[in-house]
Ligand binder design. Structure first.
Ligand code: ZN
Length: 269
């Protein structure tokens, strides 16, 4: 499974002019990502000026546009941008996307703090349960695996994790990190890994080798090589798809990803 983390909340249009921010741009980007092998589209939304927003109406517009142009599993962020209020982070779950991210602990990111106190984590998880939204646990530190297990271990639904490596202030992209962390996931869980910044190719390679799935996209990657800026989400998805295929791994389409993730939604087609 390949996840396209297409937009994020930190990157500006000045840094990355090809960031898909309008519903039309997101729809076109999603279709191209699917064509290159993505099955999941991790979604943040921006306002008309490109600023990050947790507007429910904007999530509705953009996710409807993506659903009309692709069969991708749409996965909303609940992290938002650093400093977003709790109510803003919870609100878009009312739209009942197939998936949403859930970070089961707090972590420094750069000079800021990504704040996820246990009461908020429980609220987000309960809200997802009520709306039929499958969480993807975003693991920035090893202890977050245990926190996710405490939260959802007995819940009886499939558990899926994303191991985030190389974010400044959080777990480094040590070569043995994906294998080490994956070995401590609950029985039967699936996982992807995300290499932030220059870690993107080594982490993708390690995840492919260790039997995991991979997330990449403009949210996570500014440069594809020294001095060479990434041009688009489909470009990044295609790079990882080629790495996976040359390592003998098969890329799955969205409906097969739904089966791997235990999602009941049949998707669009
Ligand atoms: Zn995100």
């Amino acid at each position: 499974m390949l996840t396209a983390a297409a937009v994020g909340a930190e990157l500006t249009l000045q840094d990355q002019p090809n960031l898909p921010v309008t519903p039309e741009q997101a729809a076109a980007d999603a279709a191209r990502c699917e064509a290159e092998g993505a099955s999941v589209y991790h979604l943040h939304v921006r306002d008309e000026e490109g600023r990050p927003t947790m507007s429910v109406e904007r999530f509705r517009e953009v996710s409807d546009a993506i659903a009309a142009s692709s069969n991708l599993i749409v996965q909303f962020t609940t992290g938002g941008a650093l400093g977003d209020r709790e109510e803003e982070r919870i609100a878009p779950l009312a739209l009942a996307p197939e998936m949403a991210t859930l970070t089961p602990g707090s972590v420094n990111l750069g000079d800021g703090v990504f704040t996820n106190p246990p009461p908020l984590v429980r609220r987000l998880y309960e809200r997802m349960g009520e709306a039929g939204v499958r969480p993807e646990f975003e693991v920035f530190e090893a202890g977050m695996i245990a926190a996710a297990e405490r939260l959802a271990g007995g819940a009886g639904h499939h558990l899926h994790f994303d191991l985030v490596l190389g974010a400044p202030g959080a777990m480094p992209a040590w070569p043995d990190a994906p294998g080490f962390l994956a070995a401590h996931l609950p029985e039967g869980a699936t996982w992807s890994a995300t290499g932030v910044g220059r870690a993107f190719k080594p982490v993708a390679a390690a995840a492919i080798e260790a039997g995991g799935h991979v997330r990449t996209g403009l949210e996570d990657v500014l440069h594809v090589g020294p001095g060479e800026k990434a041009t688009s989400n489909p470009q990044l998805v295609a790079i990882v798809a080629a790495m996976a295929e040359s390592a003998g791994r098969r890329i799955v389409e969205p409906d097969e990803a739904r089966k791997l993730l235990g999602l009941s939604s049949p998707g669009r087609r």
